[in-house]
Design a binder for this molecule. Structure first.
Ligand code: FES
Length: 132
């Protein structure tokens, strides 16, 4: 472990990941609005939980509201890939360039999406991989 000795071990955050998004965080300000309206839902298949939400919100926002642990180390900026989920079924927003660039690095399954970028456009079923 030469790198471990040179650079030290990474410390785990003491603050729960779901508490690390600032109150005024709003990724919607930084990307074009998604044409979506009305109620929707996300079924977290491997948690046996379905959470109602508004269409147009991100999967990460729904996960936080539902109390599902979903990492988001970069704060939803599409740069870390820690919020990756597998979309099993349902209608979600298209990939944008930023999400596609990050997925090029971290993609494990063709259905994988970044929870912080992927917006719910109808009832959706997802799988959240095991979190750190
Ligand atoms: S939170 Fe970092 S890519 Fe989604």
């Amino acid at each position: 472990m030469v790198f471990g000795k040179l650079f030290g071990k990474k410390k785990k955050a003491e603050t729960p990941v779901t508490d690390s998004i600032p109150d005024d965080w709003n990724r919607a300000d930084q990307k074009p609005a998604v044409a979506a309206d009305g109620p929707s839902s996300v079924c977290f298949e491997n948690h046996d939980k379905t959470h109602e939400c508004a269409s147009g919100v991100t999967i990460l926002e729904v996960a936080i509201a539902a109390g599902i642990d979903l990492n988001h180390y970069c704060g939803g900026m599409a740069s870390c890939g820690s919020c990756m989920v597998t979309v099993v079924s349902g209608e979600v927003s298209e990939l944008d360039d930023m999400e596609e660039a990050t997925l090029d690095v971290v993609l494990e399954d063709e259905r994988d999406r970044l929870g912080c970028q992927c917006r719910v456009l109808g009832p959706v079923t997802i799988i959240v991989p095991p979190q750190d």
